[in-house]
Design a protein around this ligand. Structure first.
Ligand code: SAM
Length: 312
């Protein structure tokens, strides 16, 4: 069991299914109180949105949510509504995860190499922000369907998605994947080697925008499929490069465009949303592209990807 300390709440928490208020008072005291029933130190989740915290807690295998309270007072009604919404979202999320897991077990099983890659990523302390097995299988299918021989990935992490893509390459096929963090690149290279695809997949280290400019100046052969999954504020920049490195028939895929619905918020100041909306606007205005975006739900919540084809 993992404790999720929201540092907010009052008496209303008892009304809400699945949530328990165990004490009130300074957070330091609450942490030591929790240590007893949990049998291990409680974990304080950082200061980001409540909903995110709840959902991430549940993703992390939490079996119950413990709310540690501070003072009751103004704003409790708003908190009550928010908490109810959060729990209903969390329940939906459990269902999505169950379906995701069924599809994964039946149609998109990780094999030993993919499992090893996930384990190596976790052991090296890489963030768990890779695509899911089902999404990996989808990338693999799309690469097969387009008979992609030359693939570009922007955002490698530990190479989980890279393995799915590299495995779809025909004999003589090549993949280039771009990663800013040397540590991620090193873990990815080991994972690619263990998956038996190191010879066809090159990991280039550096800021993607620079690597893309460098590849363009080297006159690299156009790519058949381009998967964009790096820093989201730069999505529009990566789309521009993708178009320069594409040819008629190239498929461009962009991950994490829906962002739990934030995509629809024109007033959002979140740089990831702003960057993604800018990219979608450019796609919409670009006569060379035919495109759409698809919402997805699953073990990593509510998100989606954009898919654009360079016209023949
Ligand atoms: C979402 S992860 C990629 C996940 C990977 N595609 C997968 O599904 O297994 C994003 C990666 O992009 C890298 N990244 C972030 N900003 C970057 C940049 N400006 N240039 C290159 N890589 C970047 C991060 O270090 C991280 O490893």
């Amino acid at each position: 069991m993992v404790a999720l300390l929201l540092g907010q709440t009052g008496d209303m928490v008892n009304e809400i299914h699945g949530l328990r208020e165990i004490c009130k008072g300074p957070v330091a005291d609450q942490l030591s109180v929790l240590k007893g029933p949990l049998g291990h130190p409680a974990k304080e989740i950082g200061d980001f949105g409540l909903r995110q915290r709840l959902l991430r807690g549940i993703h992390g295998g939490m079996t119950s949510i413990w709310i540690v309270g501070c003072e009751p007072g103004a704003g409790q009604d708003a908190w009550r509504t928010q908490m109810k919404e959060n729990v209903s979202m969390a329940e939906k999320n459990e269902l999505w995860t169950a379906v995701d897991s069924y599809i994964q077990q039946t149609l998109a099983k990780n094999d030993v190499a993919l499992d090893n890659a996930m384990e190596a990523n976790a052991a090296a302390g890489l963030p768990s922000i890779d695509i899911t097995p089902n999404q990996g299988k989808l990338l693999h299918l799309l690469a097969l369907a387009t008979r992609a021989k030359h693939v570009l990935e922007i955002g490698t992490l530990g190479g989980y998605s890279t393995i799915w893509l590299a495995r779809a390459l025909p004999r003589g096929g090549r993949l280039v994947t771009l990663e800013r963090e040397p540590k991620h690149a090193e873990v990815a290279r080991t994972n690619l080697k263990r998956a038996g695809v190191a010879k066809k997949a090159e990991v280039r280290v550096g800021a993607a925008a620079e690597s893309l400019a460098q590849m363009h100046s080297e006159g690299v052969k156009p790519f058949d499929l381009i998967f964009i999954d790096a820093d989201k504020p730069n999505n529009a920049v990566y789309l521009d490069w993708a178009l320069k490195l594409a040819k008629p028939g190239t498929l461009i895929l962009v991950d994490n465009v829906v962002r739990e619905g934030a995509l629809a918020d024109a007033t959002s100041e979140d740089p990831a949303v702003v960057g993604t909306r800018e990219m979608i606007d450019r796609i919409a205005r670009e006569p060379r592209l035919v495109a759409t975006a698809v919402q997805t739900v699953g073990s990593k919540g509510h998100d989606g990807f954009a898919i654009a084809l360079v016209r023949e």
